[in-house]
Structures are given as C-alpha cells and as structure tokens.
Write a protein of this length. Structure first.
Length: 258
C-alpha cells in the first residue's frame, strides 16, 4: 500500500528530466534529543504545509508550476534515510499525496547529531532527482549543533560551492527531551550551517508556532523570496559563535541525545 502511495505522488525519475522551479531536499532531524511530541509536531507541520493553500499557490505560481521534493530523516553520521523519495509536486492533488506519504512514515529516532553528514548526503541526492531546477535547496531542521562527523562549516562550504543553497529551521523549544538545549541555536545556524544566495533561517521558539514556521519557510523557498529579516551566510561570516561548539561540549549534548 505504501509503495502504491509513493507512486501516486509521481516519482520524479518516471518523467526525467522534468523542468521544475525548485529541487528541494527536506532534511528533518530525528536525533534522540527530539522528543516524541516535538517529532510529531515537526512531521505534522510538513504534512499541514503541503496541504495548505499558500504552499500550493506558491508552487503553481512558478514559471514551470512544479517542484521536485524529497523528505530525508537524519541523526548521527550513521543515519541518513530518504524517507519519501523524489516526487514532482505541481498541484493540490500531488501535494496532498506527498503529505500523505510523510504522514504514514513510522516513528524513528537515532543517535547523534551530524549536520555535516546530512548536508553532504542531501547534496548527493540531487543527482537522483530526475528533475532540472532553476534552484537547488536543502531545507534542514534541527534542535542542536553538529556534535559528530566532519566540521559543519566545512560541509556547508562544500555544498554551497556546488551551487546548492542551505536554509535552516532551528528548533528552539525548551522543555523537551533535550536537557542541554542551546540558547543561541539560531546564531549557530546563521554562522555555521546556512549558505548560498539568499540563505535564511526561520527559528521555531514554541510548539504552537511549529506548523506556521514550516509553512512560512516553504513558501519563501518555493517562491524564491527572502524573508523580511535575513542574514545571508555569505555576507555574515563572523566569530559570533564557535562552529565546533557541539563537538567541544559533546559530553553535555550526549545527555540529551541518547
């Protein structure tokens, strides 16, 4: 049944190459520091976004009126998984089928937080999209800094050097599974994770705002519009934060990433 559902979402490779406005990898944190409630909110946020008229209008308003999108779950260096494969989304029907595929995924958590690994993994997935987009973007969500694998800024620079933009959704909700949450995770994402022309973040500060943040971010990415307040990575390189903070304080993060 699941295989049939995914086929119904129009796998991109079936019509390769397809001209699209955007090739988008949604890289979603499933590390142990995300409690079940946060993980559910995150997933439900993506499901709701692809069913929302604003997102559908943004897709239909593009030159080609379609995007190629894939949903990847990630944790430590050992775990990156294409949970929903590349699909062409062009209207309410195909968007709804993509949302249904996300909604039916089994719950999974894994060990560690390796943003650097998933950035490289996601960048490699574009070769499998079966699409040809004006833009290629990785949309990464997470609730902590890189604490395993390569230095995150090195991976970011490699990916951006391939012409791929990276936008971020730092999850800054307190009181979840994490006992060592990073108060300035938004700054970390700005300085160490995002990159490329017009790169931006949309932080999530509370559970009630999760779905709205995801929807807003998707609309901006699909439409190719920068948010009102943006600090693009290429123009804001600074020493506001140590990009190795996760590795240096890994002992503390391990308390919240079983």
């Amino acid at each position: 049944m699941l295989a049939g559902l995914l086929l119904a979402a129009v796998p991109a490779r079936a019509q390769a190459p397809v001209d699209v406005d955007l090739e988008l990898v949604l890289a979603v944190d499933v590390s142990g520091s995300m409690d079940r409630g946060e993980a559910d909110l995150q997933r439900q946020g993506y499901v709701a976004a692809f069913r929302h008229p604003d997102v559908i209008r943004a897709i239909e308003s593009g030159l080609h009126g379609k995007i190629a999108v894939s949903y990847v779950e990630w944790a430590g260096p050992q775990y990156q998984n294409v949970a929903v494969p590349w699909s062409i989304v062009s209207d309410a029907g195909s968007a709804g089928r993509f949302a249904d595929a996300i909604a039916r995924l089994p719950f999974h958590r894994d060990f560690g937080t390796s943003i650097s690994s998933v950035l490289l993994y996601a960048a490699e997935r574009f070769a499998e999209s079966g699409a040809r987009g004006f833009r290629r973007t990785i949309d990464i969500s997470g609730d902590g800094p890189n604490n395993m694998g390569l230095p995150v800024d090195h991976s970011r620079d490699t990916v951006v050097g391939e012409g791929i933009a990276i936008n971020g959704l730092p999850v800054m909700i307190h009181g979840g599974a994490g006992r060592a949450r990073m108060a300035n995770l938004d700054v970390y994402y700005e300085d160490c994770v995002i990159g490329g022309p017009g790169a931006f973040i949309v932080p999530v500060h509370d559970r009630d705002g999760f779905a709205d943040a995801i929807r807003r971010k998707l609309v901006l990415e699909i439409a190719g519009l920068p948010p009102r307040v943006m600090r693009a990575a290429e123009t804001q390189r600074s020493t506001r934060i140590d990009c190795l903070i996760g590795e240096k304080t890994r002992g503390n993060w391990m308390l919240s990433d079983p």
